[in-house]
Design a protein around this ligand. Sequence first.
Ligand code: CA
Length: 271
Amino acid sequence: MRNSRSVAGVVALLVAVLCLGGCLCEAKAEPPPAKEISLELGGGVKMDLVLIPAGEFLMGDAVGDFDEVPVHKVTITKPFCLGKCEVTQEQWKAVMGTEAGRNKGAKNPVERVSWNDCQAFVNKLNEKFARPGVKFSLPTEAQWEYACRAGTTTPWNFGDDKAVAGEYAWWDHNAGYGTHPVGQKKPNAWGLYDMHGNVWEWCADRYGEDYYKRSPRSDPTGPTKGSSRVLRGGSYSYDNPKHFRSAFRYMDRPDRPNDHHGFRVAGTVGP
Ligand SMILES: [Ca+2]
């Protein structure tokens, strides 16, 4: 019953946000304020997700690395929800029934999980909250960058001044070479935490270094072939803020867990 109510709440709230977004779009260009939903995972453990509005953005960075160009317009055609924070070790245990993560701590992000491990997690989540039209997954690379930017066009979602990076991110200069409990730094404009730093975040897409040259404009999902999967956002171990810019891309084999690799959950509701 608890799950039933939670999912009903997700659907109802999403419908409300869809209506709200439609109304506000006619009145003003800015997206509606971020709304949150909360999933009861069991044992008192919750997972909060932020409702991200549909919209357009410029993906990539003209002065970034070779795989970040060309900068191209991408349309996210449907609202979606995205984890407010990286998946924590207590959330992993509540869903999977197993321990994961090298740097132990209930509120620390899970790491040392492979892309394949993340698929197992979202599959379990989908079993737990199985309802028509409700589907959890990893975010696409485009969804991730869109949500990270939250309307910004600067190198980081906090602007272009790397001197303030420590207010928003756990990185080499302040992390002590380890993860930290999620949600301690300042969020971005849409209420998402740790999009820069702490742990790298697996995305659904295969990595293609020249994908931006041929990416479809609407809801790109990455190349159909490729041996690696995308990671985004940098981690606690990086000593150059350039490596956790909003547009910075990284990749690894899907079967390879790593002390720096974690994830956050995305979800869609509706056909
Ligand atoms: Ca992160």
